[in-house]
Design a binder for this molecule. Sequence first.
Ligand SMILES: *Cc1c(COP(=O)(O)O)cnc(C)c1O
Length: 228
Amino acid sequence: MGARENVQKIKERIERACERAGRDPGEVSILAASKTRTPEEIREVFEAGIRLFGENRVQEARDKIPLLSDLSIEWHMIGHLQRNKVKYAVNLFDVVESLDSKELADELEKRLSKVGKKMRVFIEVKLSPEETKHGCSPEEALELAKYVLSLEHLKLEGLMTVPPYFEDLELVRPYFRKLREIRDNLEDALGVNLPHLSMGMSHDFEVAVEEGATIVRIGTAIFGERMY
Ligand SMILES: *Cc1c(COP(=O)(O)O)cnc(C)c1O
């Protein structure tokens, strides 16, 4: 895998993107998207200096996260979260990036209050119409954000999106820009601080950084191609 070299290259690319955008590279964290990767591979990436890891499926997280409990990893849930898996998710994850409905917020609140824990959450916004994608619509984001802010055990910190794949990277830029605009509008409308924008993957993270990403979620460029 060559985790150390891969991470180093990504950091350099983030630094250059920050330079182009007049941003401080210290504002951008790399999250390693570790779905399908073994605990050994995850350890290697941790050794290379990565502290944020993201999993997409609760069952896979239940298998892997306990085997890595000796590492100070911040675990993010970045895949669609089913309500019947929330009871496990609250014990596994530090951040849920894929909050996309009031029903899910309610279930999280219920389970978190039982275990007496607060959870950092991002709202996932769906900016394109593919049926396979999750997330609330841009129109729903204000009401959902207001609702989440009313819940005692949820701490709303930002937004996440998964835009469509484009070969031509300039075509993805408007999606990242749109997420930032939605975040800015929410901050104005609700008078809150929403510092995080989780956007950008292996092929488009530099554009995401230029448009304000604070977390880029990277799988392939760190671990190599996924084998399913
Ligand atoms: C897999 C995944 C990523 C990383 O994808 P790569 O193209 O391998 O970098 C990022 N975000 C989410 C939600 C993912 O499922």
